[in-house]
Design a protein around this ligand. Structure first.
Ligand code: G3H
Length: 255
């Protein structure tokens, strides 16, 4: 089989990159589902790559979740020689405070002696309220920064895990289940073909905005995310760099 020939991580990276038809894949040893330190390794691998792609001035939009929180933990002061501004990619899709994009941005800024912005916009509010928020000067400023970001770092979640983690209404849960969602990324739920079956309405980065962004990191590992990663990568912009682990890479390539 194909697997017999894949021994080292670099072979896996090559095979996975070809399979996903994406710019680059970075694979770290281990299984995120089994050992929590692998998340930290995903973070280190992402940052290691990012270091070489920084400009003098950078706006980095980040999402929430435990994986991106681990990326923040892995940041060090050797990033402080470049100008960095961390902005939450989307407002309001919060889980616990520690893993919210706003908090992660704050940690990232602290670790690198740089700046960050916050975006506090509640979920599930009416269209009118959204319009109101969008035009509020500070929110408007954050949204412009998000759209002009040169780097995005986001997680990929397993759909039902994410839907349960968030306070998803019964009605939306029905859409997610009936739509056979398997993946979630920045508030969008995707089925196996990468089609959007549900979208959490929050302001901030939208799927179509990704096309204009130079460097995008999708950071997700663990065998439990095999379907999610596969589905999301079907529609991910081709300049997405997937940062993942060995265990799920092997499972995906096994088909
Ligand atoms: O959008 C995806 C989620 O942020 C992934 O969350 O990193 O805690 O699995 P996680």
């Amino acid at each position: 089989s194909m697997m017999r020939d894949i021994s080292g991580v670099s072979d896996l990276e090559r095979a996975l990159g070809k399979f996903m038809q994406t710019k680059d894949c970075i694979v770290v040893p281990g299984n995120t589902d089994e050992s929590s330190w692998v998340k930290y390794e995903l973070g280190r691998a992402c940052l290691n790559h990012m270091k070489d792609h920084l400009k003098d001035q950078n706006t980095i939009a980040v999402t929430g979740g435990t994986t991106i929180a681990a990326v923040a933990e892995a940041l060090t002061t050797d990033f402080s020689n470049k100008e960095l501004l961390f902005v939450p990619a989307r407002g309001g899709i919060g889980t616990d405070v520690k893993n919210q994009a706003n908090t992660i941005c704050e940690v990232m800024a602290e670790k690198t002696n740089s700046n960050h912005m916050v975006l506090y916009v509640p979920d599930q509010v009416s269209e009118n309220i959204y319009e109101f928020f969008k035009n509020e000067p500070y929110v408007f400023e954050v949204l412009s920064e998000i759209r002009s970001a040169n780097i995005v770092i986001h997680g990929i979640g397993e759909a039902l895990t994410m839907a349960k983690r968030r306070k998803t209404s019964e009605e939306d849960m029905k859409k997610i289940v009936e739509g056979k969602a398997v993946a979630e990324a920045f508030g969008y739920y995707f089925n196996e073909n990468g089609e959007v079956v549900h979208k959490v309405q929050t302001i901030g980065l939208q799927l179509e905005d990704l096309d204009k962004i130079d460097t995008i990191y999708a950071v997700a590992g663990g065998e439990s995310k095999a379907k999610a990663i596969k589905a999301y990568m079907k529609i991910a912009p081709k300049n997405t760099i997937l940062v993942t682990d060995e265990a799920v890479s092997k499972l995906i390539l096994k088909g």
